[in-house]
Design a protein around this ligand. Structure first.
Ligand code: C2O
Ligand code: CU
Ligand code: CU
Length: 491
């Protein structure tokens, strides 16, 4: 079994461990872990479950067991024995019932990441704990004006989130467009990372890796290594991409093909933007149009610099620079051959995005994301590293932020640490107003906003529609489990 530890701080293993973690993050495709992977098969997609007449009823059973991963049998966590879990295709206004069955040996629960639904009762309530052997019935009611786009579900039981997602518990949620965007084909691509041992079980993660945010040795697309995709020239494909990695940032490229971004998270641009690459912090999603051109194109993720731990470790460790995937990774291969396809109609005009820049703000707050050496987290001695927001680690019994329902607030997200933190708020999306002191010139709505090391981002949030308690946190899930999370109540 995997070690599931609950800690508010991590013990540092000594400065020498930095070399080890950098080495581990550099592994590709399981090299060095002994797991014999096999890539290159045709892309599979998770089971598709569609709502009908405004309803969907689903059972998700979380268990440790045998799953197909990277072309081999592995022992990992999964929903319903498949990795990723089934994709839920929904429409605005739907009512969705999910029975979560916990067949794990630790508590779990379910979060619908990015959905604008109530955080109370048996809706998107992350304070629920489903004990081993028990089941819980969730019910979500999507507003009739819910934004279409790419969302996902995953466990959110504080203290075990990173282990459970890393182990294989995640699945996609798609909220359909009306009218649909005309495309030749749609694909759901759930990108995750994991490290397996030679016998195909989940590799242990060191305290140092947790501090940096663990990155798995293999980067998978729908549980596969370098799957093959095929198309004809001149087709328009829609790729729904989810960064389900625990900590890895993805910088995606598909050179030689034509890429247009419809939007990120629930934020849809007024018209698609031509892009060369797409940066996804952990938890972010991209809704991407690919217009195919003849040839073979490789979907790859490039290295992403996400900070340095050098100064926190006393400076005698060779710098401790840290990149997501220092050598990058090949994710999938697209072969475009055959006779050109007939052109498709234009992408329908999208609604004008909401813009809070001219809206009066009812309150301003600052959230400080910090990593410290134990001075501020309950009297722990030196050698411990704390992960805090406004000086405090997460406490489910303490409400950190209270907002009146309907408020429009401006938050400054300040990162005083030497590592990036991707900041996520549940239920209500954030409009990015300013990054590193520079105003953003068009509306950008995201639910995970990267706050670079020793920098800040200003966002505006409109606390519409729902009341209740929920959370904001760093979506490097090892940091969240270590305390970098706060409780917010709208009332
Ligand atoms: Cu994707 Cu609070 O989570
Ligand atoms: Cu979330
Ligand atoms: Cu973080």
């Amino acid at each position: 079994m995997q070690p599931l530890t609950r800690r508010s701080a991590l013990m540092l293993g000594g400065a020498g461990a930095v070399a080890t973690v950098t080495g581990a993050a550099g592994l590709l495709w399981g090299a060095g872990t002994g797991f014999k992977s096999a890539g290159g098969k045709d892309l599979r997609e998770p089971q598709a479950l569609h709502s009908a007449d405004g309803r969907l009823q689903v059972k998700l059973s979380a268990a440790l067991g045998q799953v197909r991963m990277a072309g081999r049998d592995a022992t990992a966590l999964s929903y319903n024995g498949s990795l990723p879990g089934p994709t839920l295709f929904l429409e605005p206004g739907d009512r969705v019932k999910v029975t979560l069955e916990n067949r794990l040996s630790d508590p779990t629960n379910l979060h619908v990441h990015g959905l604008h639904v109530s955080p109370q009762g048996n809706s998107d309530n992350v304070l629920v704990s489903v004990e081993p052997g028990e089941s819980f019935d969730y019910e979500y009611r999507l507003p009739v004006n819910h934004p279409p786009g790419v969302y996902w579900y995953h466990p959110h039981h504080h203290g075990t989130v990173a282990d459970q997602i890393f182990g294989g518990l995640y699945g996609a949620i798609i909220i359909q467009d009306s009218p649909p965007v005309p495309v030749t084909r749609e694909r759901v691509l759930v990108i995750s990372d994991i490290s397996l041992t030679g016998d195909g079980s989940i590799a242990a993660v060191s305290a140092m890796e947790k501090m940096m945010g663990r990155e798995g040795g293999m980067v998978l697309v729908n549980g596969q290594l370098n799957p093959a995709l095929a198309a004809r020239p001149g087709e328009r494909e829609r790729w729904r991409i989810i960064n389900a990695c625990t900590s890895r940032y993805l910088k995606l490229r598909l050179d030689g093909q034509n890429l247009q971004l419809l939007g990120l998270d629930s934020g849809r641009y007024q018209s698609p933007r031509d892009v060369e690459e797409v940066l996804l912090a952990p938890g972010n999603r991209a809704d991407l149009l690919v217009t195919t051109a003849k040839g073979t194109a490789v979907l790859r993720t490039m290295p992403v610099y996400r900070g340095s731990m050098g100064s926190m470790l006393g400076g005698n460790n060779g710098g401790g620079q840290f990149r997501s995937g220092p050598y990058g990774a090949v994710l999938a291969t697209l072969s475009v051959t055959g006779a050109p396809a007939a052109g498709l109609g234009p992408v329908p005009a999208q609604p004008t995005p909401r813009d809070l820049r001219a809206t009066p703000v009812t309150a301003r707050r600052e959230l400080v994301f910090a990593m410290g050496t134990g001075m501020n987290s309950g009297g722990m001695g030196s050698g411990m590293l704390s992960f805090t927001i406004n000086g405090r680690p997460f406490d489910p019994a303490r409400v950190d932020t209270t907002v009146p329902a309907g408020a429009v607030e401006e938050w400054t997200l300040r990162n005083t640490s030497p590592m990036d933190h991707p900041v996520h708020l549940h239920v209500w999306p954030m409009q990015i107003i300013e990054q590193a002191g520079q105003p953003v010139d068009s509306p950008m709505w995201q639910d995970v906003v990267n706050v670079p090391a020793r920098s800040s981002v200003r966002v505006r949030i409109s606390f519409d529609d729902f009341t209740g308690k929920t959370v904001y946190h760093c979506h490097i899930l090892d940091h969240e489990d270590s305390g970098m999370m706060g409780l917010i109540e709208a009332r």
